[in-house]
Write a protein of this length. Structure first.
Length: 267
């Protein structure tokens, strides 16, 4: 098995991009989901669940900072907020995190693009701010603004199997994976409890329950009127408590760098 794609999502909920390789930190890939869009008044996180048009906004980390771009509102460059930036409490699911506000220009850009008052915040210290669910982790495991775990891995063969059942095929983008693996049997990722990607060991800790974000076209922000691929997945990938799964959540168990083409070995 080999890594066929690595993707990072600098801002939770916005469109990400492929990279040839990435440094792996204990809390996830370098640059992945360190920023988050929140409601201006409450500080609660916003995602494509509420605002599918977030998929129309691209977020790209470059040498000049974080670039946000949208066909309708242009682009803006956001510098990483430093210690002098205003502090803001941000809520992601049940977690309240001390974050840094990324400034009025970013807030104005996102509010105009999304049609709602919002702010952009940054997690300054992922090593201390947000522990992983203790039911699926070890003491000291932390995560950024990702839904719950440092990385998500998916299988190309599983997507191909799913697409064979769909009226219209979907791309891996709709599952917002960090690492796509080629060469495995369909749905083999369910059993990836311990694996090595290149030089880096990982624990597979929990299958990934899917939601309405999978039904959003990541290039247009349009939601599937047929509720696909979630509807088809529900017919054969429904687990306990009604969870519909696709992919395996990972926690790194060592430092290193992974790259497209790296061998993936399951222990």
């Amino acid at each position: 098995m080999r890594v066929s794609d690595i993707r990072i999502y600098p801002v939770k909920g916005l469109r990400g991009h492929s990279v040839p390789g990435a440094v792996v930190h204990p809390w996830g890939l370098e640059g992945d989901r360190r920023y988050m869009v929140v409601e201006a008044a409450s500080g609660r996180f916003l995602t494509q669940r509420q605002l599918p048009r977030m998929a129309e906004i691209a977020a790209h980390l470059g040498p000049d900072g974080l670039e946000l771009s949208n066909p309708d509102t242009g682009r803006v460059i956001v510098m990483e907020p430093g210690p002098q930036a205003p502090s803001r409490s941000a809520t992601v699911w049940r977690d309240i995190v001390a974050a840094r506000d990324a400034g009025d220009e970013a807030a104005a850009f996102l509010s105009a693009a999304l049609g709602t008052a919002c702010r952009l915040v940054h997690m300054a210290d992922p090593a201390a701010d947000r522990p992983v669910d203790p039911d699926f982790s070890a003491p000291g495991d932390h995560v950024t603004f990702a839904d719950g775990f440092p990385l998500l891995a998916t299988s190309v063969a599983s997507l191909e199997d799913l697409n064979g059942l769909l009226p219209h095929p979907v791309s891996m983008d709709c599952f917002r994976t960090n690492v796509a693996v080629d060469g495995a049997a369909p749905w083999a990722e369910d059993g990836w409890l311990s694996l090595r990607i290149g030089p880096v060991p990982f624990d597979g800790v929990k299958d990934c329950a899917r939601c309405a974000v999978t039904t959003v076209d990541q290039s247009t922000g349009a939601r599937s009127p047929e509720n696909e691929p979630l509807l088809t997945l529900s017919l054969f990938r429904r687990k306990a408590k009604g969870r519909i799964i696709f992919g395996q959540n990972l926690i790194p168990r060592g430092p290193g760098r992974i790259a497209v083409g790296d061998e993936v070995a399951v222990a």
